[in-house]
Design a protein around this ligand. Structure first.
Ligand code: HEM
Length: 553
């Protein structure tokens, strides 16, 4: 069985191992220093699972990661040790936040001092050359400028609405690709590749303004691996210099991470510049798309507040990375749910049939489909794509329920543990959209609730670093899954072993997501659907003929 490349695939090179051994003395020193922080009176340190000297819980973390059980390990520790748990990875102390009220207190109310990111020398400073909003320190002026630009041009409700035609176009292409696949209705159909093309193309159009027309496009591969490299470098233990930043003072010849990181950045920049030139050509010819963020940036005398054209091109590459994989995992979680809960699937299809029997659903139909809204919330609760959060850093000592969290701690929003806590959600491992009945709040309304116990889920993070893309994600997910349910039955493959095991098989892109071997097939619900798909497809191809003429990203 092939394994989906995972953000947890990392290994130590021989150089790293050698450096590791030579650093034990330094580690012991840091370890001792770490344990001499002063505890304020009346407070206690966060509980921590028993670990090993110097390396702390790193062996357990690596073991869980290799077995694709990282999210389950962190959930077990959350159950055992409570709302805030300290997990040590060598010299790095990670604090997992396992309770909704703790998220509100620490990441929302204290957001002015909990919105920084760790210092990632390899990923942020070398691979991304401090041009990637996701990794930038909150005190770097570029972080605020990029977020402002992203909000204005890509993720505000108005910007998200303006990209709806692209969602309609790409989903029509996806449905058409499924029904015209020579392997349609068979267990061999490759839905993963079709879904990946559609998600990457959708965001390629919104960023660089070019589509991705082929499932095996080198651009899909390139973007995935480029983003993968920068995220992988943020994992504890991935690069020795993160554990021992003092090595950054060595000459370049002795810093393999710096040379590799710079080379990766140069390669990415060359890739971006080539596409930027094509975008400039399209502007000159008057064929640049109105939705194309890069074209709008390049035509703005202030460049959207960014520092350089290189930054403008590079941030668009990173935006595809932030958007496409999380959206892909969301759809995959949805497909897993439909495969495993046929009664939910049937109920959702009944709602769709009652509202839009003769045409493909569109975003505006959500108002009339409350059960589909419940499904959206339940997918993000059940399978949050970023299950263990993207780390924030405490810029001052914090307190929560008598626990002291020291300045410098990494803070992880443990969405998996919060979403699978039986005190918050009854029968949490089951997919039950009805649990959200009557909750018609949008993601934004839910995020802004004063009472965090009422918030639907934490899939988009919290505080000032919250994902800016939730309006875009809601629209693209709704259009994608409602059309899929309108057209197809999601059925088990003939040899499928169901139910899927609850505590294994999470070999997907991120912890807690399943890999491409999910045993389902898409079967056209009835022949009348075929002609509607064919018509919509022809119409969209005519609407977007200019785009198709531009060639692949
Ligand atoms: C299902 C879809 C998505 C999920 C589950 C998701 C989730 C997340 C999470 C958990 C974070 C980190 C938040 C934190 O640090 O507290 C994040 C950051 C981010 N997301 Fe999303 N995301 C999704 C889609 C998108 C889309 C569609 C876009 C853009 C169009 C986007 C752009 C970003 C950016 C730029 C950041 C970095 C924010 C920062 O560090 O300041 N995301 N996302």
């Amino acid at each position: 069985m092939s394994r989906t490349p995972s953000f947890l695939d990392f290994s130590f090179s021989p150089t790293t191992l050698l450096l590791c051994v030579s650093c034990i003395a330094v580690a012991v020193f840091i370890h001792t220093k770490r344990n001499t922080k002063t505890l304020k009176s009346g407070l206690r340190w966060a509980p921590s699972p028993p670990g090993y000297p110097v390396v702390g819980n790193l062996p357990d973390i690596v073991k869980a990661a290799k077995a694709d059980r990282m999210h389950l390990q962190m959930q077990t520790w959350a159950k055992e040790y409570g709302p805030v748990v300290k997990v040590s990875a060598g010299t790095i102390d990670q604090y997992f936040i396992n309770e909704d009220t703790a998220v509100k207190e620490l990441l929302d109310k204290h957001s002015s001092t909990t919105s920084d990111r760790p210092r990632w020398i390899y990923s942020n400073e070398y691979v991304c050359d401090q041009k990637n909003v996701l990794l930038l320190s909150a005190s770097h002026p570029r972080w605020k400028n990029q977020r402002k630009m992203i909000n204005a041009m890509v993720t505000s409700p108005a910007a998200a609405d303006s990209a709806l035609p692209l969602n309609n176009f790409e989903t029509a292409r996806f449905l058409h690709a499924v029904i015209t696949d020579p392997l349609a209705n068979t267990a061999e159909q490759n839905v993963w590749a079709k879904l990946k093309r559609y998600q990457y193309s959708l965001f390629a159009l919104q960023t660089f303004g070019f589509p991705i027309n082929n499932e095996d496009s080198p651009s899909i591969h390139y973007i995935f691996w480029s983003v993968f490299e920068s995220i992988k470098g943020t994992l504890p233990g991935a690069k020795i210099v993160e554990t021992f930043p003092i090595f950054e003072r060595l000459p370049m010849a002795l810093k393999p991470w710096a040379r590799a990181g710079r080379a990766a950045h140069e390669r990415d920049l060359a890739w971006c510049r080539e596409r930027m030139q094509r975008c400039k050509d399209a502007i000159a010819k008057g064929t640049a798309l109105p939705y194309c963020t890069l074209a709008r940036l390049l035509q703005d005398p202030k460049l959207g507040g960014l520092d350089s054209e290189d930054e403008a091109a590079y941030i668009n590459l990173e935006l595809i990375g932030a958007a496409a994989d999380t959206s892909m995992m969301t759809m995959w979680g949805f497909l897993e749910a439909m495969l495993s809960y046929p009664a939910v699937q049937k109920k959702a299809q009944e709602e769709i049939d009652a509202n839009v029997p003769d045409r493909l659903p569109v975003w505006e139909d959500l108002e009339d489909m409350p059960y589909l809204r419940c499904i959206m919330k339940e997918v993000w609760r059940w399978r949050p794509p970023v299950a263990l959060g993207h780390p924030h850093v405490a810029q001052e000592d914090l307190e929560y329920k008598g626990i002291q969290i020291p300045k410098g701690a990494f803070l992880h929003l443990n969405a998996w543990a919060i979403h699978h806590d039986e005190n918050r959600h009854k029968d949490p491992d089951a997919f039950i959209p009805e649990r959200y009945e009557g909750d018609e709040r949008s993601s934004q309304q839910s995020i802004n609730l004063a009472d965090p116990t009422q918030r639907d889920h934490f899939a988009f993070g919290a505080g000032r670093r919250i994902c800016p893309g939730y309006h875009v994600a809601e629209r693209s997910f709704f259009v994608g899954f409602s059309r899929l349910l309108w057209a197809f039955d999601i059925k088990p493959k003939p040899n499928a072993m169901l139910p899927l095991p609850r505590d294994s098989g999470f070999n997907g892109i991120m912890p807690g997501s399943r890999g491409k071997d999910l045993p389902f097939m898409l079967v056209l619900r009835d022949e009348s659907k075929r002609s509607v798909i064919e018509q919509e497809y022809q119409q969209e191809m005519a609407n977007f003929d200019v785009v198709l003429g531009m060639g692949d990203l």
